[in-house]
Design a protein around this ligand. Structure first.
Ligand SMILES: [Zn+2]
Length: 120
């Protein structure tokens, strides 16, 4: 259950980032993350894991919005950029060469936190 570990890291990043506003009584409503294809995460499972991990914490009842980032490789042999469809063969989709550079797909970044301040 790889998604649980990822949820825990995202939750700790989000709590740290929102710390000051949480301390003033704010509520985190949405945490938006970029998750690269190479992370091999099932978004539905990640969302389930999120509700499990955040239950009873400062992030309880917040929504996890997952942006799936495709894995893009650039081939050093022929220069082609191809989108990877499976994660087990890191080879160029055009010429099949294994000398490739990962352009995107390795992300695990909190890109936005929506916090509602308590105005009461
Ligand atoms: Zn190539």
């Amino acid at each position: 259950m790889h998604e649980l570990a990822i949820s825990r890291s995202i939750a700790s990043i989000a709590e740290r980032s929102a710390h000051a506003r949480l301390a003033r009584g704010g509520t985190v409503t949405t945490v938006e993350v970029d998750i690269g294809h190479l992370r091999q995460v099932v978004p539905e499972t990640l969302v389930w894991a999120w509700s499990f991990v955040t239950e009873g914490t400062a992030l309880d009842s917040s929504r996890l919005a997952v942006n799936h980032i495709p894995a893009v490789l650039r081939c050093r042999a022929c220069g082609a950029q191809t989108v990877l469809t499976d994660v087990f063969t890191l080879t160029c989709g055009t010429c099949g060469d294994g000398n490739v550079e990962v352009i995107s797909g390795d992300e695990m970044v909190v890109v936005a936190l929506i916090v509602e301040d308590n105005n009461g």
